[in-house]
Design a binder for this molecule. Structure first.
Ligand code: AMP
Length: 219
């Protein structure tokens, strides 16, 4: 399976990506996670990305393209899931070229749709684990102990870009830059649309349906 998950911030891409990656043994490539790790480690790339991330804007294409290309060239990836990349037409062109170079075909691009009001509600209640990247929601998916990660026991945090004004900026970026990818992948016959509203398990089942695959070992 070689997939791209597309959708606005807060559409559940990260949660669905974790389920798909675990159940189908896919390499989960999240450019947001890679950039946050680079920031936390204080690398030059992380420091360059920081102001864009804090403002809810896209980091420069060449920076993110290089990050992804470096991962694909390091060791051959037969089964992967892209989460948060590509995010603009120019990134898609660069990724198309990288896949040609690596002689890899995509199986599908799954578009998760959620309306903007619901996104603001979801993101403002989101809490994440800075240690293992697990995500929670104070109402929809609370951890067993408030403020503590179920997986690793680390204290949960609210991402700095999940503040209301940054959420609005990120949504604007999605509507301006990322939606252009929809016709790009539709023209390649790869686009599969799934509603991202409703329960996590139901959205996951619907993704499996459009991909025409049976559930993996555990959910
Ligand atoms: P995410 O966790 O995917 O919501 O990404 C968080 C932030 O990281 C975004 O708001 C951008 O600032 C940056 N980012 C992540 N992926 C990309 C990308 N493909 N292109 C540019 N910036 C990105």
């Amino acid at each position: 399976m070689r997939l791209i998950l597309l959708g606005p911030p807060g559409s559940g891409k990260g949660t669905q990506a974790q389920l798909l990656a675990r159940n189908f043994n896919l390499e989960h490539i999240s450019t947001g996670d890679l950039l946050r790790a680079a920031r936390a480690a204080g690398t030059p790339l992380g420091l360059r990305a920081k102001p864009y991330m804090d403002a809810g804007k896209l980091a420069p294409d060449e920076l993110v393209n290089d990050l992804v290309a470096e991962r694909f060239r390091r060791s051959r990836l037969e089964r992967f899931l892209m989460d948060g990349y590509p995010r603009s037409l120019s990134q898609a062109a660069s990724f198309d070229a990288l896949l040609r170079e690596q002689m890899l075909d995509l199986n599908a691009v799954v578009l998760l749709t959620v309306d903007d009001e619901e996104i603001v509600r979801r993101l403002s209640g989101r809490r994440t684990c800075p240690n293992c990247q697990a995500t929670y929601h104070v109402e929809n998916k609370p951890p067993k102990v408030p403020g503590v990660c179920d997986n690793c026991g680390h204290a949960l945090v609210q991402r700095s870009d999940d503040r209301p004004e940054t959420i609005r900026a990120r949504l604007m970026v999605y509507h301006k830059d990322t939606v252009e990818l929809i016709p790009h992948y539709r023209a390649q016959g790869l686009l599969r649309e799934v509603s991202g509203e409703g329960k996590i398990e139901d959205v996951y089942e619907n993704i499996l349906k459009v991909l025409n695959v049976k559930a993996g070992p555990s959910c």
